[in-house]
Structure formats: structure tokens, C-alpha cells
Design a protein around this ligand. Structure first.
Ligand code: FE2
Ligand code: FE2
Length: 207
């Protein structure tokens, strides 16, 4: 089967738009963060996401594509990103406790990062499959960024779970096991989550 080049371009446009939206999502999320560790982590991810946007613009140009070119799929990605920003703004001015808006922000980051992570996984696969100069461009970008995307997704998933647990009045592990154990794979995330009971025994639980 031949690689569908139009769809490769579509993926790259969507990936760029995801990162552009991601910058806005993190700017809002950082404002919603109450926990100091989380604020610090998201501020780091915001910087990394700005860098990802720059890298993808560079990738598109190296492949002879216009980073500003629009596609129907790209518009959907933009709409989703704007919706996440709106959801956080709604939560922040809802009059509820700031901890509730922080959880909304964590959920929004997980949604945004799920798409971001999938994009990069696909870019990595394409890099290996395409070969040639274009494949090398994708591979180099993937190698530079993939570990960060793993952290963005798995660590924030951990934060979301633990912040919910804390809000329910159960003992939470904060920062979450995924962050403490510096998880960078799906298997590692599953192991870290499994180990949370042990971590609770080792240190006093935060309620
Ligand atoms: Fe990213
Ligand atoms: Fe990301």
C-alpha cells in the first residue's frame, strides 16, 4: 500500500493546529492551577508546547507545505481547542471553589494532550515508513519531542485522577505517582498507578 500523501499533509496541519491550541489551553490551565507543583509542571509544558509549534512549522516548511494552509480537519481541531479554553473560563467564573476549576483544567489538558500524543505517535510511524529526506525530517522531530508528549499525557492523567480522589475526600498521592516516577510509557503509567497504594503507605496522605 502506498502512503497517502494528502493525508500525511492533513495530519501535519492538524498536528500544528493542536500545538497552537495547546498553547492557549496551557495558558488557561496555568491560571486555573491551585496546586503549586501542578502550576510549575504546566508552565513547563506550556514552554514545551510553544517549542513544538515552532518545530512543526519548521517540519511543514521542510516538506514544502504552507503552515498557514487551512483544511476542514484543521478547523475542527481549532474549534475543539477553543472549546476547551471556553470550558475553563466558564469553570473559573462559575463561583465554585478554585479546586473545581483546577480539575476542569486538568481534564481539558488530558483531552488536548490525547490528540497531541496521537498526532506524534503517527508522525513517528510515518517517519519510519516514509524513508527518504521527508521521513528523516519527521523522524528527527519525533525523536526530539515524543518523550515530552508522553509526560504531558500520562502525568496530567495522573494529576486528574489524584485531584478527583482528593476532592472526594479519599487519600490522594500528590504529586501523582506518574510524575514522581517520571513515567514516559503507557506501561509505566499503568505500573505507577498500580503502585499508588504503596506510595500512600510510604508518605502521609494528603486530603
Ligand atoms: Fe505538543
Ligand atoms: Fe503535549
Amino acid at each position: 500500500m502506498a502512503i497517502a500523501r494528502n493525508q500525511v499533509n492533513e495530519l501535519l496541519y492538524q498536528a500544528l493546529e493542536t500545538e497552537m491550541g495547546g498553547v492557549k489551553v496551557y495558558e488557561s490551565a496555568v491560571r486555573c492551577a491551585v496546586n503549586g507543583d501542578l502550576k510549575k509542571e504546566w508552565t513547563e509544558y506550556l514552554d514545551q508546547t510553544r517549542e513544538h509549534e515552532r518545530v512543526l512549522r519548521d517540519v511543514l516548511e521542510k516538506l514544502g507545505l504552507d503552515p498557514e494552509a487551512q483544511s476542514p480537519g484543521r478547523q475542527i481541531v481549532r474549534h475543539l481547542g477553543e472549546s476547551l479554553v471556553m470550558a475553563m473560563a466558564l469553570a473559573a467564573k462559575s463561583g465554585g471553589p478554585p479546586e473545581a476549576a483546577q480539575i476542569v483544567a486538568a481534564e481539558c489538558v488530558v483531552l488536548a494532550e490525547t490528540k497531541d500524543h496521537t498526532n506524534w505517535e503517527l508522525i513517528g510511524k510515518l517517519g519510519r515508513e516514509l524513508g527518504g529526506p521527508d521521513g528523516d525530517v519527521l523522524k528527527a522531530a519525533y525523536d526530539e519531542i515524543e518523550d515530552q508528549e508522553d509526560e504531558h499525557l500520562y502525568h496530567t492523567k495522573g494529576w486528574t485522577r489524584e485531584l478527583w480522589i482528593q476532592s472526594l475526600g479519599m487519600p490522594a498521592v500528590l504529586p501523582p505517582p506518574e510524575e514522581v516516577k517520571k513515567v514516559e510509557t503507557a506501561i509505566g503509567a499503568a505500573r505507577a498507578e498500580q503502585g499508588r497504594d504503596e506510595m500512600l503507605k510510604e508518605r502521609p496522605a494528603k486530603r
